[in-house]
Design a protein around this ligand. Structure first.
Ligand code: SF4
Length: 243
């Protein structure tokens, strides 16, 4: 029987989750509970759709020319897409057979043998590192950073192209000493070709309200321009390619 996946939604012309124009699939489920999450509606319950790999891939094929022309492809995100690693493995195998570029956007929190297999057919990883000290990481996500670091090390050992993403949130993970330590760590990874510093925004706040969840960042403002530049400089001073 064909494997089924549980997805929240798809975006057919995504431009922020990897190179080019991308078919972005938002998977349901996530083991973390980031205080700034823009997609709490992917965690559990709420809107969802069950699809087979072949159903999803036949829709992807409709956009293949756009993707190829723009240097884009397929991105899996969420939620945490690697909650459904067996499904993604089958989907990405089909993508590879059809020369479609593949990206996984992940927190690296789920790391097991089934997850490792997905990278046989993955071209690029967007690895979200949400803080560096375990205390701050727990404050942001509710869980330890341990798996994310094991995952990052494994990606490096297997030379899998990775962009590190850091969402910079005032009052939450804006400890510059911690960011310096993270940058030192990232500099030691040979597979990281880009670092993206993403300023916190509140575009997902309304979803927390709709879900009757307590959004603790109500009074937190987006970071100041000079602080964003300071964070970028911390990474670029170490020779990393920062955008
Ligand atoms: S890992 Fe992503 S989807 Fe999961 S809670 Fe954090 S920001 Fe939200």
């Amino acid at each position: 029987m064909e494997i089924k996946g549980k997805i929240h939604s798809v975006e057919t012309c995504g431009t922020v989750d990897g190179p080019g124009i991308r078919y972005v699939i938002f998977f349901k489920g996530c083991p973390l509970r980031c205080v700034y999450c823009h997609n709490p509606d992917t965690w559990s319950g709420g809107e969802s759709k069950t699809v087979s790999v072949s159903e999803l891939f036949s829709d992807i094929k409709n956009y293949q020319d756009f993707m190829r022309f723009s240097g884009g492809g397929v991105t899996v995100t969420g939620g945490e897409p690697l909650v459904q690693s067996d499904f993604i493995y089958e989907l990405f195998k089909l993508c590879r057979q059809n020369n479609i570029h593949t990206v996984v956007d992940t927190s690296g929190n789920i790391f097991n043998e089934s997850v490792k297999k997905v990278f046989e057919y993955t071209d690029l990883v967007l690895l979200d590192i949400k803080a560096f000290s375990d205390d701050i990481f727990k404050r942001v996500t509710g869980k330890s950073i341990e798996n994310t670091l094991l995952f990052a090390k494994w990606l490096d050992e297997n030379n899998i192209d990775t962009w590190v993403r850091f969402v910079f949130v005032p009052t939450v993970n804006d400890d510059f000493d911690d960011i310096e330590k993270m940058a030192d760590y990232v500099k030691g990874l040979k597979n990281v070709s880009r670092v993206e510093v993403l300023p916190f925004h509140k575009m997902g706040e309304y979803k927390w309200e709709e879900l009757n969840l307590d959004y603790e960042l109500k009074d937190v403002l987006p970071p100041k321009k000079e602080d964003i530049e300071r964070v970028k400089k911390i990474f670029s001073d170490r020779g990393l390619n920062v955008v």
